[in-house]
Design a binder for this molecule. Structure first.
Ligand SMILES: CC(C)(COP(=O)(O)OP(=O)(O)OC[C@H]1O[C@@H](n2cnc3c(N)ncnc32)[C@H](O)[C@@H]1OP(=O)(O)O)[C@@H](O)C(=O)NCCC(=O)NCCS
Length: 184
């Protein structure tokens, strides 16, 4: 499986494709699980797919074709945040980890000023959480009751990150969670 990234053109030829990608699928672990056309028109007009804070790329598999999309936000901050989405037909086949590795490679190669890359997902999105771990990302936070859920209690958001220096050396460094305790 080889995937490549193609920068989107949200103000030009990709506007309709971005709307179709989101409105034809369900994203059960996102705050807006079924975005409508009006939602998409609004986020496109707001520059969510490309402006000084955002970039986005289609994810293309050599054999399967266009399998998904990745959006980076907070590009002016030291830790950009990613949102990775596969189209429903390509979920559950192990492509998520291939895509995340390709995105990590791309960001660290193309953006030399980025020292680390972050992602957050809902606590029950086990597939995404396993994808983060398989790609060598490290869990750094568990924000309890921070993810609003329509019609139910809020869930936690789990935050993962990868460091450029780990990516460069092919290692996964971690840290001591309970480095300060009351028993010291
Ligand atoms: C989240 C997503 C990227 C995961 O990619 P994927 O290729 O579909 O992931 P897979 O189905 O291969 O699952 C990854 C792993 O989780 C496991 N898994 C999946 N669902 C699971 C579940 N409900 N319980 C336990 N394990 C589960 C898989 O068995 C696999 O295990 P492995 O690490 O041993 O191979 C993809 O499903 C997707 O785009 N979903 C919609 C958008 C989304 O939620 N994006 C996250 C926002 S950051």
């Amino acid at each position: 499986m080889t995937v490549t990234l193609t920068r989107t053109d949200p103000e030009g030829q990709d506007r309709e494709a971005l709307i179709a990608f989101h409105t034809s699928a369900e994203f059960p672990f996102h705050v807006r699980a079924r975005p409508g056309r009006a939602d998409m028109e609004r986020v496109l007009d707001a520059g969510t797919f490309r402006d000084e804070d955002h970039e986005s790329w289609w994810i293309d598999d050599h054999d399967a074709g266009r399998i998904g999309l990745v959006v980076l936000e907070d590009l002016q901050e030291p830790s950009p945040l990613l949102d990775l989405r596969l189209a429903p037909a390509f979920r559950g086949q192990g492509l998520g980890v291939v895509a995340l590795r390709a995105v990590t490679d791309h960001v660290f190669r193309a953006m030399p000023a980025v020292p680390r890359l972050e992602g957050q997902t809902r606590e029950d999105n086990i597939a995404m959480r396993r994808v983060f771990l398989r790609a060598g990302w490290v869990k750094e936070a568990h924000y309890r009751e921070s993810w609003p859920v329509e019609g139910g209690p809020a869930l936690a958001s789990a935050a993962y990150a990868v460091l450029r220096r780990d990516w460069e050396t092919g290692t996964t460094t971690t840290f001591v969670w309970d480095d300060v305790t009351l028993t010291d």
